[in-house]
Design a protein around this ligand. Sequence first.
Ligand SMILES: CC(C)(COP(=O)(O)OP(=O)(O)OC[C@H]1O[C@@H](n2cnc3c(N)ncnc32)[C@H](O)[C@@H]1OP(=O)(O)O)[C@@H](O)C(=O)NCCC(=O)NCCS
Length: 168
Amino acid sequence: MSSADEERPRRSASSAADVHPVPGLQIGTYRATQFAQVRDLWNEAFPDDPPRNRAEAAIPQKLAVQPDLLVVATLDGHVAGTVMAGYDGHRGWLYSLAVRREQRSRGIGRSLVREAERRLAALGCTKVNLQVRGSNERLAGFYEALGFAREERISLGKALLECGPDLG
Ligand SMILES: CC(C)(COP(=O)(O)OP(=O)(O)OC[C@H]1O[C@@H](n2cnc3c(N)ncnc32)[C@H](O)[C@@H]1OP(=O)(O)O)[C@@H](O)C(=O)NCCC(=O)NCCS
């Protein structure tokens, strides 16, 4: 570890991925009592997301399929971040990585990705994918620092079901 790393605990987490860099940080499976705080976090982090991605729609769906892959970081009992993963028997995917604005740049995002990777690997998942919207170079750099590589792909998607009328 370099002296610069020692001065910046957040950086040291990359060489000890399972060590939580923030005192008091807890990472665990989502609990129903956390719904409102997760909803508020996602509204803050993903203001332009479509209704199907909102907590009201996405959390019940996730709780029905691989609920252990909805992971929440808390600080002093308050939700600080989330990540959602899915494993379809072939690939794993990451979604909904978000950290409260005032808690960013402390290594929480990295710790959440590492925990999601650990849980996917425990299911036998051999490769994990994710999508970064547009050309967010800084965000791509965040993932590259965690070992992800850019892959030449055209990303396609198709909505299959409408959300309920209350969700737009
Ligand atoms: C991306 C995000 C989860 C990172 O969380 P974090 O706890 O700040 O991450 P870490 O502390 O582990 O790492 C921080 C580093 O990641 C990179 N980074 C962090 N946020 C970034 C962002 N929004 N865009 C680009 N790069 C980002 C930077 O290199 C940063 O280093 P710096 O603080 O020295 O500038 C957080 O910024 C966030 O919630 N953003 C909004 C939602 C989002 O874009 N999610 C990703 C969807 S693919």
